[in-house]
Design a protein around this ligand. Structure first.
Ligand SMILES: CC(C)(COP(=O)(O)OP(=O)(O)OC[C@H]1O[C@@H](n2cnc3c(N)ncnc32)[C@H](O)[C@@H]1OP(=O)(O)O)[C@@H](O)C(=O)NCCC(=O)NCCS
Length: 149
């Protein structure tokens, strides 16, 4: 079942985000513990009508997540859909969970008037790139990042 995230999903979301982070890092870190900052951030995201934090629930467990952002734009007069933090639990991969989350997120963006959805992916995530291409995404852009102090 795919639904929007609730406050009670915080721990499950952080567990998945830890898996996302460890996928490109050789450094093993302790699991992220939910704190007041995370709680506040999730509440803020939930209250924002242009943000959709989706979770895939299987039984009582959150086994996947994807967040869709609807960005208002003057260019072409249509908003842009941006997908972020896409991850499926390591035990649940290869069963269509990721595909269903992406399709649901794309449908939300479509309904919001977006003409396209973009996402960025670390250059090292070659398997994820194949996953995106199998879902119709084209590797069109180069992403740039600058850390802010
Ligand atoms: C990438 C990820 C989200 C895919 O989720 P998933 O649930 O395993 O993928 P699905 O089972 O829904 O696969 C959907 C389609 O993509 C294809 N696919 C999935 N992984 C693939 C891979 N590694 N190589 C080629 N194709 C792949 C499947 O064949 C499937 O096609 P089908 O529907 O025609 O059978 C998941 O593997 C994951 O969380 N990886 C680690 C975190 C990560 O890299 N996230 C992306 C950050 S940018």
């Amino acid at each position: 079942m795919i639904r929007k995230a609730r406050v009670g999903d915080l721990e499950g979301l952080l567990r998945l985000y830890d898996q996302l982070r460890s996928g490109v890092s050789l450094i093993r870190r302790a699991p992220t513990r939910p704190d007041a900052v995370h709680q506040e951030a999730l509440k803020k995201l939930m209250a924002d009508k242009s943000v959709h934090v989706l979770v895939y629930q299987s039984g009582k467990k959150i086994v996947g997540t994807c967040t869709a952002y609807i960005l208002p734009r003057l260019y072409r007069g249509r908003p842009l859909g941006v997908l972020d933090t896409i991850v499926v639990d390591s035990d649940s991969r290869g069963h269509g969970v990721g595909r269903k989350l992406i399709e649901e997120a794309a449908q939300i963006c479509r309904k919001a008037g977006c003409g396209q959805v973009n996402l960025t992916s670390n250059t090292q995530r070659v398997r994820a790139h194949r996953f995106y291409e199998s879902l119709g995404f084209e590797p069109t852009y180069i992403g740039f990042r600058r850390a802010l102090q």
